[in-house]
Design a protein around this ligand. Structure first.
Ligand SMILES: CC(C)(COP(=O)(O)OP(=O)(O)OC[C@H]1O[C@@H](n2cnc3c(N)ncnc32)[C@H](O)[C@@H]1OP(=O)(O)O)[C@@H](O)C(=O)NCCC(=O)NCCS
Length: 248
């Protein structure tokens, strides 16, 4: 008897859907999870519930359609019986419980010199977040990414979902940078200064603190810490080992 690998518990939201009703269903779930994050942990994000709850459907849709954005969802199947099509990611996104999500923005190309090299998130501020480099220009370049919108439902925390979301995003960045023949890849993440749980999570995955600054965009300027992790894009093996331990 052959046994199938269990389906992944982190799913990448696809860019294309077979029907409009499926697309609308996913957009609604994405919106619901994001608004819950902003409501539950208002200090963890540089945006607010008041702002995003006013967004039109098209704004949520454009976030998911953005070619420079990949959103990963930690899911739990309600009834993972063989009869259900649990290997169909879209079906699972529609039917499972969403435990958390994280978004990977990028790639952008880091200049050779300048402050952005140590603070790569700066190339994402004030720029059009849906315009990236021509994939060909990534060859031999220093590709950079930013992870945003990390959230796990409060009653599902400390079960490894946050770690799996970040690791999945790192692997996607590595695969993309590798297929574009980038010379280097760095992933940045910005965390509110007092957010020790998020900071510890990122440190355990191998992110290093690069500096502190003030972020604007929320109800008031927020002291934040910028963290980065360089990815080993040459590795033929997964960046992470069993249980997500950093293998490099
Ligand atoms: C930060 C957050 C995403 C972590 O999600 P999670 O699913 O609980 O994280 P994990 O279970 O994968 O934790 C992995 C490791 O991170 C560290 N960690 C996570 N939460 C922690 C906490 N509250 N206190 C101390 N360490 C913590 C631990 O080292 C943990 O490993 P351990 O459980 O084996 O000790 C979650 O707490 C959250 O959604 N917070 C509110 C929103 C937020 O702050 N987002 C980040 C914005 S930058």
């Amino acid at each position: 008897m052959t046994s199938r690998t269990p389906p992944e518990d982190v799913i990448l939201i696809p860019k294309e859907f077979l029907s409009l009703s499926t697309l609308k269903g996913i957009v609604e779930r994405y919106k619901g999870n994001r608004l819950e994050a902003l409501q539950r942990d208002p200090n963890a994000f540089s945006s607010t519930y008041g702002r995003e709850s006013q967004f039109a459907y098209e704004t949520w849709l454009s976030r998911l359609e953005n070619p420079l954005s990949k959103t990963f969802v930690a899911v739990e199947d309600k009834d993972p019986t063989p009869e259900q099509n649990i290997y169909n990611p879209v079906q699972r996104l529609l039917e499972s419980e969403w435990l958390g999500q994280a978004t990977l923005l990028g790639p952008k190309v880091l200049p050779q010199e300048g402050a952005e090299t140590s603070k790569p998130w700066q190339v994402f501020s004030g720029t059009n977040l849906s315009e990236g480099p021509d994939f060909k220009t990534l060859g031999n370049a220093h590709a950079t990414y930013l992870i945003v919108g990390v959230f796990v439902l409060p009653d599902r925390r400390r079960k490894g979902h946050g770690r799996r979301l970040i690791e999945r995003a790192l692997m996607a960045a590595r695969d993309e940078a590798k297929s574009a023949s980038a010379a280097r890849a760095t992933v940045g993440i910005i965390v509110e200064s007092g957010n020790n749980s998020a900071r510890r999570l990122y440190e355990r995955i191998g992110f290093k603190i690069q500096g502190e600054e003030l972020a604007v965009g929320g109800s008031e300027p927020l002291p934040v810490i910028g963290m980065t992790k360089d990815i080993d894009i040459e590795s033929e093996h997964p960046v992470f080992g069993v249980c997500g331990a950093v293998a490099q």
